[in-house]
Ligand binder design. Sequence first.
Ligand SMILES: N[C@@H](CCC[C@H](N)C(=O)O)C(=O)O
Length: 257
Amino acid sequence: MEFTFYKYQGTGNDFVIIDNRDLFFPKEDTALVAKICDRRFGVGADGLLLLENNPSADFTMVYYNSDGNLSTMCGNGGRCIVHFAKFLGIISKNTNFEAVDGLHEASVEGDWVSLKMNNINTITTAENYIYLNTGSPHHVQLVSDLETFNVFGQGKEIRNNIYGKNGSNVNFVEQENPDTFSVRTYERGVEDETLSCGTGVTAVAIAMFETGKTSSNDITLITPGGNLQVSFEKTAKGYKNVYLEGPATQVFKGIWK
Ligand SMILES: N[C@@H](CCC[C@H](N)C(=O)O)C(=O)O
């Protein structure tokens, strides 16, 4: 089976993106998705995205983790697919598209993409961590010396032991200044640390505000793959107008054989 694919990255969270508007891609073929994402036997990526037609929005985003399974919302993938939709000429500056967690508004200017995330109304605060769902589930935990922290070992243990079969993504955080936090994330479905996680940094920004670590509602998140910006408004029930912003880049185009 031969088809064209595009490779994207958003702050180092990397994706294979396929234009599936004519529905040629075998969507149930978990082994194929996993092979495409394999860094030795395939293209190599943290996930795979399909862009499809949608009757009431500009397009649909279908997201698979690198293990080949369909998953929940991907923030960096969402930013990358908006850039791809502009590249294909489907959208110009502003768009709305459908993902697994509903409709998202977004805008793109050059390589900078701003993505509106869903409102957040439920946040669980435990003794040494915060848990919330920003389209995907996220555990957020402050640590000291993030640079040397064992993200893989601790992330894997927390993902499996606290959250059971469905698991969770796990974010480790260190505060840099009043409105800036460094973040490293262990991603469910990749089962490894990735260079950045969009829904993860969104969860961190909200969690840090909710627990009083910051009074800013416009927060810089430093990830190993680059910086992201998250802004939001606090409401009586939770958080609205949550925006994830940052760079998204097309890296190359290829043919899968
Ligand atoms: N990298 C993503 C998160 C993707 C979803 C996650 N792996 C899961 O299955 O929960 C992002 O940028 O949000």
